[in-house]
Design a protein around this ligand. Structure first.
Ligand code: PGA
Length: 249
């Protein structure tokens, strides 16, 4: 079984999100893939209602760490859980690079997500500059360390998504991360994670995943699933992605 996590970002209106969920359900034949949809916060409960009893999970795209209180404009992990989310993305590169969230903020959000009973999907990834400067492992190590340190992870569920910033479609990606490269770096990330937990942490790859290339990533042993942005926002493409992953044992 592999995971497909569909990050709809801010691509869709509320009506478009509901319509996409309905179209997907109408076209989907059941399979083994574990699918999670990350709609916008405004569409979350309506998409949840459509997907109710379908076995498809819902997640938030980001969260504030404080559970409740005077935090104008924020959506907490507790509110996401209350609205029916099971997962939340933490440390997505667009939050880090567009909204200026640093490693310490990511750590607080990770803790807030766990406290609310959500499964955080910790996104890590290096920029083109860091990669070219030979700082990839250094950057990933620091992102993992700051996010995961000083937390009692025993019995806690979380996932890690490796998303090289230079391979994410929205950042104008001109090159995909080659599957062999993903395999290498996932192996390295898994060995790093052993310092934090003995549990098997699902490890996802994200960045320009499409129905055409998804099998080349999802079929790798070190890849437990994929986190998909733009290609997941069209019903036919989302169905094709999930069907392709269903074919992988
Ligand atoms: P992309 O985005 O699939 O559009 O490259 C992936 C992500 O940002 O999670």
């Amino acid at each position: 079984m592999k995971y497909v996590m569909a990050n709809w970002k801010m691509y869709l209106t509320v009506d478009e999100s509901v319509a996409l969920a309905e179209q997907f359900l109408a076209k989907r034949v059941s399979g083994t893939t574990e699918l999670t949809i990350f709609p916008s916060s405004l569409a979350l409960t309506l998409v949840r209602n459509v997907l109710n009893a379908s076995g498809i999970s819902i997640g938030g795209q980001s969260c504030s760490w404080a559970p409740r209180g005077a935090y104008t404009g924020a959506v907490s992990a507790e509110l996401l859980a209350d609205a029916g989310a099971s997962y939340v993305l933490v440390g997505h590169s667009e939050r880090r690079h567009i909204f200026g969230e640093g490693d310490t903020t990511v750590h607080k959000k990770f803790v807030g997500a766990l406290d609310a009973g959500l499964i955080p999907v910790l996104c890590i990834g290096e920029t083109q500059e860091e990669k070219e400067g030979g700082k990839r492992e250094y950057r990933l190590k620091k992102q993992l360390f700051t996010a995961l340190s000083e937390i009692d992870l025993i019995g806690k569920k979380f996932m890690v998504a490796y998303e090289p910033v230079w391979a994410i479609a929205s950042s104008g990606a001109s090159e995909a991360c080659l599957p062999a490269d993903v395999d290498d770096i996932h192996g390295w990330i898994r060995s790093e994670l052993a310092a934090y937990t003995s549990a098997a942490v699902p490890l996802l790859y994200g960045g320009s995943v499409t129905p055409e290339n998804v099998v080349s990533y999802a079929s790798i042993d070190t890849v437990d699933g994929v986190l998909v942005g733009s290609a997941s926002t069209h019903a036919d493409a989302l169905v094709a992605l999930v069907r392709a992953v269903d074919t992988i044992a």
